[in-house]
Design a protein around this ligand. Structure first.
Ligand code: SF4
Length: 946
């Protein structure tokens, strides 16, 4: 008898295309299998360095993102009132003409009247350049309300940062502390790494008020009170100093622990580094000598008299003075942090034991930046990772710096087993690029609008010290606002403070809903009119792929493509996908031409990638760099720009397959066949860091020279890690009345207080200002679920099946104290507003904190969900409770150093409420259409028939 012929490996489809996922920020490699011209299946790309074949629920549900009923189909021109959702479909040419009609006069009159802000897009290398060429200083992306504290805290301290720019040494770490890490951004790469740690038996400690996601698999959960992470870090530092369990050799070799700080209270040089005539920092080694001298034994404590008679002490001396103070003893901080003193002491002991008693020594010979050869690399296998939980507080910048100081004391930055830089980091401290603020003759800015200030002279303020930007970033109120302050734009534009703008251009930013603090009033600002009857924000242009809440508030809607219909570039000039052992970038390329992908009701779609539209607008406006001498467009579309644009000679958006024949990497002339090379190699490029260059990157000659060759840094100088920040001290001195640029009177005390050159902790503003302990005794925070990413995910037909609504989660003891039972309705009040929602009792939360999932609540009618969709009826936002100003009304609800939105500072009280038909507040339903077919079904006809 013959066996039947079985196909044991049936192909999932008849064609496969390899590109990059866009269902969250991780940017994993994916293979999109097609059958009969439709998506059969999305698979993780096993060859891709980010995910190594792993695909998460979000990535798989990309099918539903591509076929979402909420996709926009055609450019829209508002015909009703703003917010009414009444639009007329128009052709692209008319849409572009309208946009040009608004933008051209602005460009000619005053480019700053255009405010261009983008949400969670991945093309800031283009959008920032476009804003620069247009000449507006009013540009930013969403980092100001997401995690600029972490980026700035890291870049001003380590020349690199957590999150997407560094990673734990998954191979060697024996102890990982995760601080405020959410699962939506740090998805597959972290999961893979955590799996490796679990397999090796390394200890994982999660510090978070809520135990969800990664906290659930941690060996220890520390349910900290929101906003007290810095205090906890200082107590750990206190204990390490007290027990003398610190790596002094490391601190002197790689950080500025021995640099001398001038002690001259009241003087213009107080707190600045002692420097020689060439400006080189000095230390004390029997006398004042250059701090970068080798083969010296510099003092780290004491006070010394410089040859010119001034007194000075090493940074470490100041550090020890501060953190050995009893105010940072475990007993002193335990109650405020909600962590027993014994636990704090034990964690400090465990950190020290993991770092110093492990005897991790890798047999890798390497050469340091001074040319000295080392036969081995000494490890400190303690790693830290942090995210928005520590960042979105008004004390977040200093908390991020506090964590970095803790790492440095343990010798645990880029040593084996610790936190590792991902190329192109580390970079000089502060990074070299400063914010553009002057206009060239051709109307463009002298530098991109976002950059890093080195001192007061870099602020973007007028002669009287008043803000020049609409969001007040880089002003005395928020001097290091390196990502801008998107959360301040709509209020300031509405108020005409510091001036009125003409046009607000936004991309992928749901500002009339979950991306704004103070949502209800923000809606009012978008629709408010002045005395003449005109909208206070005269023109709003918005680009999005989906019928989000923000679409209803635009005058002109430019429909974007889905991520499978576009070219994109995950560039090293923007947010790279490198890992610690290699530099990497990637592309997206169209799996489908958008015109072939009808809407879910069968109607044709006429959509264009926003980046290509932006370049066309630029060409029609004749912007420098976008037209040639004859006025013809330089770039036909975004794909053309990705390949041919050069930011500096030989430096383009993609680092792989450069040069005419594609043989160069890092730097090289454009390669006309570059995109083909990427597609042939799975859509990504990855260059391994040479083995001797993989650790101590801040002082590793091989790495620094490799980094120069790749075009990441200009010179192979070592990056000295800045425990003590002279940049911050420059601002403090200005506030104390020194220097040519000083803050206006109303900002002096604030700048002097918060520009401390060593990390400090202070009560988050909302708690400090709200008489909070009595009136609003609970903290309220949000978490992003592992299965969703921003507002996008919660309209996805498959992901909605995991959760279609949220609840207010509170600890059972807290519920009992308030007379609330599981499922009850509760009023939640802040100093700013009230919501009425349903509660659930859970034990995974610190008892003084309530929490909920973020951005699942939707406005009825938006995203083409059914009228009675749970997201609209029972789902809710905490945003209604969060003010966009401090309670005193004097500043944005933000960190005073970076302007980071402080939405995790929220304080509330709860009280039982009567049963409601729906969560409150509710808003009029938006007439954005409705999904045909409910529930959405997909793929049954693609199954193999037996
Ligand atoms: S982790 Fe993010 S990028 Fe990776 S597959 Fe999941 S959704 Fe896509």
């Amino acid at each position: 008898m013959t066996e039947p012929k079985l196909n044991l490996s049936p192909s999932p489809g008849d064609e496969v295309k390899t590109t990059t996922c866009y269902m969250c920020a991780c940017r994993c490699g994916i293979k999109v299998w097609l059958k009969d011209g439709r998506i059969r299946y999305i698979q993780g790309n096993p060859a891709h360095p980010v995910n190594q074949g792993v695909l998460c629920a979000k990535g798989s549900a990309g099918i539903m993102q591509h076929y979402s009923p909420a996709r926009l189909s055609k450019p829209l021109l508002r015909v009703g009132e703003r917010g009414s959702g009444e639009f007329r479909e128009i052709e692209w040419d008319e849409a572009l003409q309208i946009a040009i009609g608004w933008l051209r006069p602005i460009r000619e009159r005053n480019p700053d009247e255009l405010a261009f802000f983008t949400g969670r897009d991945q093309s800031q290398a283009l959008t920032g350049w476009w804003a620069q060429q247009f000449g507006t200083i009013n540009y930013a992306a969403h980092g100001g309300f997401c995690s600029v504290n972490m980026a700035a805290g890291g870049l001003y301290t380590l020349g690199g940062s957590f999150w997407e720019f560094g990673e734990p040494d998954w191979e060697h770490t024996r102890y990982l502390m995760m601080w405020g890490v959410a699962e939506d951004h740090d998805s597959n790469p972290i999961k893979l790494g955590l799996g490796r740690l679990k397999a090796r038996g390394a200890k994982i400690v999660a510090v978070n008020p809520v135990r969800s996601g990664y906290g659930a698999i941690a060996d220890e959960w520390i349910g900290i009170r929101p906003g007290t992470d810095g205090l906890f870090a200082f107590a750990l530092i206190h204990e390490l100093l007290r027990a003398d369990r610190i790596d002094l050799d490391y601190l002197v070799r790689y950080a500025n622990a021995h640099w001398l700080v001038i002690r001259n209270p009241g003087g213009a040089d107080d707190g600045m580094f002692a420097r020689d005539a060439e400006g080189q920092a000095l230390c004390w080694a029997g006398g004042a000598v250059r701090a970068d001298a080798i083969d010296i034994s510099p003092a780290v404590v004491g006070e010394y008299v410089l040859p010119d008679g001034r007194r000075a002490s090493p940074v470490f001396h100041l550090l020890a003075e501060r953190y050995l103070d009893p105010q940072y003893a475990p007993e002193a901080v335990a109650a405020r942090c909600g962590i027993p003193a014994a636990t704090i002491r034990r964690i400090a002991r465990e950190l020290a034991a993991a770092a110093f008693d492990s005897n991790l020594e890798l047999p890798i010979a390497w050469t340091d930046a001074n040319g000295r050869r080392h036969e081995t690399m000494t490890g400190r296998p303690v790693a830290m990772h942090a995210m928005r939980g520590i960042s979105a507080h008004s004390n977040g910048f200093h908390t991020c710096r506090a964590l970095h100081v803790l790492q440095l004391l343990l010798g645990a930055v880029d040593s084996p087993g610790s936190f590792r830089y991902q190329p192109p980091f580390p970079r000089p401290i502060p990074p070299a690029n400063r914010p553009g603020k002057a206009r060239r003759e051709n109307g463009s800015l002298d530098a991109p609008p976002l950059g890093f200030v080195h001192g007061p002279e870099d602020l973007v303020v007028d002669a009287k010290g008043r803000p020049r930007r609409i969001d007040e970033a880089y002003s005395w109120a928020y001097p290091l606002a390196a990502h801008g302050m998107m959360h301040a734009v709509i209020r300031n534009a509405w108020a005409g403070d510091p001036y009125r703008i003409d046009t607000l251009l936004m991309f992928m930013a749901n500002m009339s809903w979950n991306s704004s603090m103070n949502t209800a009033q923000t809606i009012g600002m978008l629709t408010d009119r002045d005395a003449s009857g005109e909208y206070r924000i005269p023109h709003i242009i918005y680009s999005d792929a989906y019928a989000s809440e923000m679409v209803a508030y635009a005058d002109l809607v430019l429909p974007d493509t889905t991520y499978l219909e576009r070219h994109d570039c995950i560039s090293l000039l923007d947010r790279p996908i490198s890992d610690a052992d290699g530099a990497a970038d990637a592309i997206r390329h169209p799996v489908f031409a958008p015109e072939t992908q009808a809407g879910s009701d069968g109607s044709p779609r006429d959509v264009r990638g926003f980046q290509s539209v932006l370049l066309e607008l630029g060409a029609r406006l004749g912007l420098p760099g976008m037209v040639d001498a004859d006025g013809a467009p330089v770039y036909s579309d975004y794909a053309d720009y990705i390949v041919n644009h050069q930011r500096a000679p030989g430096v383009g958006l993609l680092a792989g397959w450069r040069g005419a024949d594609g043989s160069q990497e890092g730097k090289g002339p454009p390669n006309p066949r570059q995109l083909e090379a990427y597609i042939a190699h799975g859509g990504f490029w990855h260059a391994k860091v040479p083995e001797p260059a993989r650790y101590f990157k801040m002082a590793n000659r091989d790495y620094l020279e490799w980094s120069v060759r790749m075009g990441f840094i200009a010179k192979a100088d070592p990056v000295v890690l800045q425990i003590y920040s002279e940049t911050l001290q420059k601002f403090r001195l200005a506030a104390q009345g020194h220097g040519a640029m000083q803050p206006p009177e109303q900002h002096r005390a604030r700048v002097a207080a918060y520009f401390d050159p060593l990390p400090v902790w202070y009560e988050p503003f909302e708690g400090a200002q709200a008489a909070a302990a009595d009136a609003f005794p609970l903290s309220a925070i949000t978490q992003r679920p592992m299965f969703m990413y921003h507002a996008w995910g919660s309209q996805n037909a498959w992901l909605r099946q995991i959760a279609a609504r949220n609840w207010l989660y509170l600890h059972p003891d807290t519920a009992a104290r308030h007379g609330v039972a599981d499922g009850d309705w509760v009023h939640v009040d802040s100093h700013h507003g009230r919501i009425t929602v349903q509660a659930r009792c859970v034990a995974n939360v610190q008892p003084d904190t309530v929490w909920t999932w973020n951005a699942i609540g939707k406005r009825r009618g938006a995203w083409r969900l059914a009228k009675d969709a749970p997201e609209g009826s029972n789902g809710f936002l905490l945003n209604h409770l969060i003010s966009d100003r401090t309670q005193a009304g004097d500043y944005a609800n933000a960190d005073p150093v970076t302007g980071q939105a402080a939405w995790f500072d929220l304080r509330v009280r709860i009280a039982p409420a009567a049963r409601e038909a729906a969560s409150l507040p509710q808003f009029p339903s938006l007439p954005m259409g409705k999904a045909p077919g409910d529930p959405l079904r997909y793929g049954a006809d693609l199954r193999e028939q037996p």
